[in-house]
Design a protein around this ligand. Structure first.
Ligand SMILES: *[C@@H]1O[C@H](CO)[C@@H](O)[C@H](O)[C@H]1NC(C)=O
Ligand SMILES: *[C@@H]1O[C@H](CO)[C@@H](O)[C@H](O)[C@H]1NC(C)=O
Ligand SMILES: *[C@@H]1O[C@H](CO)[C@@H](O)[C@H](O)[C@H]1NC(C)=O
Ligand SMILES: *[C@@H]1O[C@H](CO)[C@@H](O)[C@H](O)[C@H]1NC(C)=O
Length: 360
């Protein structure tokens, strides 16, 4: 583990109080912030000091998230700050975070929602220390953003299912629900933030596997929530068997909701997120809890090692105004009500990440 001191490690990686109380067999998912306050219950409030950064100051931002540059005319969506009901989110301090992360590697592992959050964090950090030199290298499926003067790497490993997909000698693509060989890409990283959900819903041309496999049995089709739960259990076993909590802090980016059907937010005439310029008036989303969120919580509750859930589903459900719609990849043929504009909602997810990393 090298040269950094025990004190620094325990400051950064101290387990939330709850886990210390419940011990190894905690069945309470950790989502608590400072002083046991639930950071994830609250409201979006208009705050003219927002956003936290201007996307034009983030030279490496991907076009698909750069809604203003892509012509999005409204700006209110940039101005919402998450206000927890019983406390405040700590103010994001990028320089402070870099100092705390010195000599460490942070890796986002997951689908394009991981890309969204990784991109948000790299923009937040760069705009906090605009003079600090950075490098951005993409190799072998990993994008690595580094601040050499802090010796901090913020990485992204694209791995949409977390479990493995292989192609067999009959050219069949097999989604292996109980195999997680790709874990060798992230083993030993100091801070891991996982995510998977959206690809589990793909069918037809978008489905990039032919069969599911568990043990030596293959299935042409399977209930997607069941398959998701099996894969999450495989991931959870990997964490329980391989993560040393003194070295590695594990997060799960909760299920990011999309806004493709206005019925979900009691606006049945809205056929997608286009033209949405205001959040749902909170705190309660009219729709039901996200079914994938319930599966994720169930799996996390069975795990013995601490995993910090960024419980972002409900609060992001309120942000029907936060998606690129036609101001992402561009054009009306590419309506995007799944990803999020940057600056925007994932910045708040990273404020939760920061709050968890600094809590002692
Ligand atoms: C996540 O947040 C929602 C909404 O506040 C809440 O209903 C749910 O219990 C939370 N999940 C966990 C694991 O705390
Ligand atoms: C930078 O951090 C890595 C671990 O992420 C460590 O192995 C390496 O020794 C550090 N480099 C310096 C110059 O301290
Ligand atoms: C398939 O799995 C079953 C149950 O684990 C086992 O009894 C059987 O031997 C396996 N078959 C092959 C061909 O591996
Ligand atoms: C939207 O959701 C409603 C209610 O669940 C459903 O009746 C309707 O068919 C959905 N519309 C589309 C386009 O999927």
């Amino acid at each position: 583990m090298g040269v950094f001191s025990i004190a620094a490690v325990s400051l950064l990686f101290a387990l939330p109080l709850l886990n210390q109380i419940h011990g190894r067999h905690s069945n309470k998912v950790e989502t608590y912030g400072t002083n046991g306050c639930d950071l994830f219950g609250g409201n979006w409030v208009f705050d003219s000091s927002y956003p936290l950064y201007d996307a034009t100051d983030c030279p490496f931002i991907e076009k698909q998230f750069d809604c203003q540059r892509n012509g999005r005319p409204d700006k209110d969506y940039l101005k919402y700050r998450w206000q927890p009901t019983g406390c405040n989110l700590p103010r994001f301090d990028g320089r402070d975070l870099l100092v705390r992360l010195k000599d460490k590697q942070v890796m986002f592992v997951g689908d394009s929602l991981s890309l969204n959050q990784w991109q948000s964090l790299t923009c937040m950090l760069h705009t906090s220390v605009p003079q600090a030199k950075y490098t951005l290298v993409r190799t072998g499926g990993i994008s690595t953003f580094t601040f050499p003067s802090y010796n901090v790497s913020i990485m992204l490993f694209r791995d949409a299912f977390l479990v493995d997909i292989i192609t067999n000698d009959k050219n069949e693509r097999i989604l292996e629900l109980d195999s997680i060989e790709s874990s060798n890409m992230w083993e030993g990283i100091d801070v891991l933030i996982f995510d998977t959900w959206h690809w589990w819903l793909h069918t037809g041309r978008k489905q990039n596997w032919d069969v599911f496999q568990e043990g030596n049995v293959t299935y042409k089709e399977m209930d997607r929530l069941v398959a998701y739960e099996k894969a999450l259990n495989t991931w959870g076993r990997w964490v329980d068997n391989n993560v040393d909590p003194a070295k590695t802090k594990v997060f799960f980016q909760g299920v990011s909701p999309d806004h493709v059907n206005g019925s979900d937010w009691a606006e049945p005439n809205a056929k997608d997120c286009s033209g949405q310029t205001q959040p749902v008036v909170g705190p309660k989303y009219p729709g039901s809890p996200h079914p994938a969120e319930l599966v994720l919580e169930k799996v996390l509750q069975t795990m013995s090692k601490p995993v910090y859930l960024l419980n972002i589903t409900a609060l992001s459900q309120l942000r029907k105004d936060g998606h690129p719609s036609v101001y992402g990849h561009g054009g009306h043929n590419d309506m995007d009500c799944t990803h999020w504009c940057l600056a925007g909602v994932p910045d708040t997810w990273n404020q939760f990440l920061y709050a968890a990393l600094i809590q002692s």
